[in-house]
Design a protein around this ligand. Structure first.
Ligand code: ADP
Length: 172
């Protein structure tokens, strides 16, 4: 059984086996969570991302996929980088957002991670509406068969926290 917990705060301050990064496909860092993780995690993360680009992801990490690196100076063993879809009003990209959660958990299982912290993927510069993103996140984690014992959603602000809390109450 996977327990879902919610925390309001900065994901880079969390202690977990794995911390998920809402990365962009270049794997070379960016703003939002990505920038914060690289700032606090130090250069080891970016070095490994560069190596992954050179060896495997020359065209970038595809949207909806996930890959792990060291967590550098973060209080975690791994960072799992996943690329969320940019929200679109003309195309339903929900399956790609769900895939981010599923693939991150699959990678976590491969690593043997038992606690995994997720941000609200795609809800920043990728503009996914928070309530819908929270629904997809919670539904997908609930539907995924994984050995991860705790999935912790780390929400930056109160609005995000309440959106996720509403989804948790819904299905419990
Ligand atoms: P994306 O490009 O997938 O939209 P962003 O990093 O822009 O990713 O934003 C994703 C979500 O993470 C947003 O809701 C944003 O408010 C939140 N966020 C930004 N910084 C942090 C942080 N340090 N810890 C947790 N959540 C954060």
């Amino acid at each position: 059984m996977t327990t879902i917990t919610l925390v309001q705060g900065d994901i880079t301050r969390q202690s977990a086996d794995a911390i998920v990064n809402a990365a962009n496909s270049s794997l070379l860092g960016g703003g939002g969570v990505d920038g914060a993780i690289h700032r606090r995690g130090g250069p080891a993360i970016l070095e490994e991302c560069r190596r992954l680009r050179a060896s495997k992801y020359g065209k970038g990490l595809p949207t909806g996929q996930a890959v792990a690196t060291t967590a550098g100076d973060l209080d975690a063993r791994w960072v799992i980088h996943t690329v969320g879809p940019v929200h679109s009003t003309t195309e339903d990209r929900s399956a790609l957002l769900a895939s981010c959660y599923r693939e991150s958990l699959r990678v976590a299982d491969e690593l043997g991670a038992r606690t995994v912290a997720f941000p609200a993927i795609s809800t920043g510069v990728y503009r996914w509406p928070m309530d819908d993103a929270a629904r997809i996140a919670v539904e997908t984690v609930r539907a995924t068969d994984t050995a991860v014992e705790e999935v912790r959603f780390v929400l930056f602000d109160e609005r995000a926290y309440h959106a996720f809390a509403a989804q948790l109450e819904d299905g419990s």
